[in-house]
Design a protein around this ligand. Sequence first.
Ligand code: PLP
Length: 373
Amino acid sequence: MNYQDLKTPSLLLDLARVRRNAERMSQTARDKGVRLRPHIKTHKCIEVAKIQTEGHDAAVTVSTLEEAMAFAKHGFTDITYAVPIEPGKFAEAVAFLRGGVKLNLLTDDAATMSLLDEECGRAGVRFDVFVKIDCGTHRVGVEPHTPEAIEIPRLISEAKNLTFAGILTHAGHSYNANSNEEILAVARHERDSMVELAERLRAQSIEVPTVSIGSTPTMSLVDHLDGIDEIRPGNYIFFDNFQATLGSCSFDDTALTVLTAVVHKNAAHRKLVVDAGAIALSKDRGPIGLDPGCGYGRVLDTDGNDTGMRVTGMSQEHGEIQAGDAAAFDTLNVGDRLRILANHSCLTAAQHSHYNVLDNGNIVDRWEIHRGW
Ligand SMILES: Cc1ncc(COP(=O)(O)O)c(C=O)c1O
């Protein structure tokens, strides 16, 4: 099928780029001597995860237990659920262990660990638990130099029904960098602060089996990973307008676009409206700090070339494009197709049911997206 005949809006996934992005990160992991445990929340797709983990041990990271369930059903049996666990999800998590799936949990809360230990005692199971460390993002996690960064690992190590899996961080603040040098500085800090904490824990006789780090910007630019056991980048498999503007990749690496149709043209105001709005693209402003005119994504022609236009406004089902002096505007009419390179591919993908897989200009497959919580 020719992709221009697809119903719009639809996701187009460039298979060659996915394979190339996967191979590059896979090589980084091999060269730097670490396990690759990609975060699959970017795509939520079994086929993409299989490409990503080729030649590795099929370990993955998820952000919802629904993703974990879908992946477990397809043979991924070593899964880290990388959102802090809370008691309301204990029973669901226990069911994974009972089903033979190694579901690793993470926490930054001592009281929750005591409750989990008791629950495991009752259920007759044992979880591997990471302590989430905040290396600068200030979202969740304990800061490495606080007493909790030693106390919570000790509590888990001494718990009857828990195994301390190690320490885990995500340098989400790398997305606020303004240059490759700044990303590299965050990457080094992410690595060094975790290696240093692991050393302090070991000096206190607390065994640290795994030091786990990684975001797409930091893992795309980091110089070495000595002292690190595992990396968990996710977005690199698709990249997006944010990553390309940030410098983690080039625009030619971006693998996911939204095919959309022009539904309105106002020649006097040089404005187009397309049928990809907020629920087809997401409202993420991504690189606005670096590119104030980024809008909600770049408007590409059907071959994937940048038209110079941006999605400048949106409502639920409408994407507005103020074309300015872009020459492409004059050739476009209602019914014509365009492709949008959205700012944040993870949020865009999560709004759709499937990918249309594009290879050499043809749709060669349709891959399901496993959404939900
Ligand atoms: C805990 C954790 N690990 C890994 C990742 C992957 O990061 P990225 O998408 O930048 O590669 C994320 C993303 O939010 C995360 O929250």
